[in-house]
Design a protein around this ligand. Structure first.
Ligand SMILES: [Zn+2]
Length: 219
């Protein structure tokens, strides 16, 4: 009510850096938004790094289903993200972290450290849950730590027309509910593909008519 500046030790004009997590099923436009976000920040003269893990291209790139792409740093399990940023020649203002659901929990902690200790804005993108509808550990930690969490819903629909919320893993035409949490699919000759379903049909295990290979097309 009185002197607001007394509430904050931050110097005048400064703002706290933020940790934001954007989540949604595959095909909802996460990588597209990640690339757009990077473009917007870079255009303002801010310096950022683009990170990814297990991109659909199979390489250290962020690629979107609609054809955009950009080189990126592959986040291996032993990569220390704080060291990555602080050892950089120039000051880094922000990070774009695509496929953050596949990072380690320790790396999510490092992202929070970068926000709080180094003033780096972190924009993370990824799936919330796996093919069983169980949360990825990294996504769970992001839910716990993020300043802001946003569900992306870019009209990705189940075959029934309801909003697509969950990813199903399909092996040999059948939906499976057991197996490794991370299996890369949707590539040229992978035996595994993923299909977005509404909650009702994910729980019922119904893939719908003609559930051939719609989403498995080359990225
Ligand atoms: Zn459905």
């Amino acid at each position: 009510m009185t002197d607001l500046s007394a509430l904050s030790p931050a110097p005048a004009g400064a703002r706290d850096a933020v940790l934001k997590f954007y989540f949604g099923p595959m095909d909802c436009g996460k990588s597209t938004l990640a690339l757009q976000m990077n473009y917007n920040h870079a255009r303002q003269g801010r310096r950022g790094l683009v990170l990814t893990k297990h991109d659909r291209s199979g390489g250290p790139r962020v690629t979107s289903r609609i054809g955009l792409g950009r080189d990126a740093i592959e986040v291996e399990d032993d990569l220390d993200l704080v060291a990555l940023v602080t050892s950089h020649d120039e000051r880094i203002d922000y990070l774009i972290c695509d496929e953050a659901c596949f990072y380690t929990v320790a790396q999510i902690e490092q992202l929070a450290d970068l926000v709080d200790e180094h003033g780096v804005d972190v924009y993370a993108f990824g799936l919330a849950s796996d093919f069983r509808s169980v949360m990825f550990p990294a996504a769970q930690r992001l839910f716990e730590l993020a300043d802001e969490v946003c569900r992306l819903q870019v009209e990705v629909l189940c075959w029934c027309g309801r909003p697509g919320l969950l990813n199903a893993r399909v092996v040999g035409g059948e939906m499976v509910r057991t197996g490794e949490q991370v299996v890369i699919g949707d590539t040229a000759d992978a035996p595994v593909r993923y299909q977005v379903l509404c909650r009702r049909h994910h729980r019922a295990g119904q893939l719908g008519e003609g559930s051939g290979s719609e989403s498995g097309s080359a990225a």
